[in-house]
Structures are given as structure tokens and as C-alpha cells.
Design a protein around this ligand. Structure first.
Ligand code: 5GP
Ligand code: ZN
Length: 137
């Protein structure tokens, strides 16, 4: 538990939230400022700042839980689609520095825009990037 972390406090039940699921490892809560109806957050109870800190075992369990919550959202809310989003770092839109996964149900005409500009890239550039990243794995 990290002092002054809002999601540590929520995950440990020290601050109330609209919880739709909870087990020993995770809490799933409704976002307080939802993008759409049913927007929820999967929060590990243990504090990880971001994806770089998250261990593989927790990540595996978390994504398994995400599939279950996604199906529940689809069944319960009859959404037309669903986005899974996870932000790391301020530039990427992270505002709470405790790892969390967004599940955002999507509805026709909901006005949510998650598009980004698409750039041209040469085969040489792609190859350079491929080699650089592959070496780092
Ligand atoms: P981020 O921008 O870090 O990826 O997402 C943080 C999310 O947490 C936002 O969508 C924001 O609305 C939500 N959030 C922030 N504080 C609280 C809170 O106290 N309770 C709940 N339920 N959601 C919160
Ligand atoms: Zn925390």
C-alpha cells in the first residue's frame, strides 16, 4: 500500500467506490467520471505505478479477469463494442499512478473518439525500429 495513492485506498476499501467485482488480487470499480455507461477500471490491490512495474503473473490474472468483465458488460449493458485501454505516463494520459485497466463499453453515437493520426513509414524505418526493439526484449 502506497500512502496517498487513491487507488490503493479504493482497492483496500478505505475509500468507498462502486465495486462490481473483488477478489484477493483485484478490485473492479465503476469510473467516477465515465466516458460511457459502464466504464470500469480493473485495479490490482498491490501497488504498481504502471505497466513497466507489473509482474507477469499479475498481468496474466488481470487480463483473464478482463475477459470475464468484458463479457459481463456486454451481456448486462448490451453495448455495441468495447475498448480496453491502459495509460502509462502523463503524455499517454495517465492521471492516477497506480496501474489500472480501463474497460469502456461503446455504443452507437456515444461521441467517444479514440483515433490517432496515421503516419507513412518507409520499409527502412520499420526495419530499423524492428531491430532496435527486438534487441531490447
Ligand atoms: P488514467 O487517466 O490514469 O488512465 O485514468 C484514471 C481514471 O480514474 C479516470 O478515468 C478517472 O475518472 C478515474 N478516477 C480518478 N479518481 C477516481 C476515484 O476516486 N474513483 C473512481 N471510481 N474513479 C476515479
Ligand atoms: Zn496505489
Amino acid at each position: 500500500m502506497k500512502e496517498d495513492c487513491i487507488f490503493c485506498k479504493i482497492a483496500k476499501g478505505k475509500i468507498p467506490s462502486a465495486t462490481i467485482y473483488e477478489d484477493n488480487h483485484f478490485a473492479v470499480i465503476l469510473d467516477v467520471n465515465p466516458a460511457t455507461k459502464g466504464h470500469c477500471l480493473i485495479i490490482p490491490k498491490e501497488h504498481f505505478d504502471n505497466i513497466y512495474d507489473l509482474d507477469g503473473e499479475t498481468a496474466g490474472k488481470l487480463f483473464s479477469l478482463a475477459t470475464c468483465i468484458a463479457r459481463a458488460l456486454k451481456d448486462a449493458l448490451k453495448c455495441d463494442g468495447l475498448n480496453v485501454i491502459q495509460n502509462n505516463g502523463e503524455i499517454a494520459g495517465q492521471t492516477v499512478n497506480h496501474f489500472h485497466l480501463h474497460l469502456i463499453p461503446r455504443y452507437e453515437g456515444d461521441g467517444v473518439d479514440l483515433t490517432w493520426p496515421q503516419h507513412e513509414v518507409s520499409q527502412d524505418e520499420l526495419e530499423e525500429i524492428r531491430k532496435t526493439v527486438k534487441k531490447a526484449i
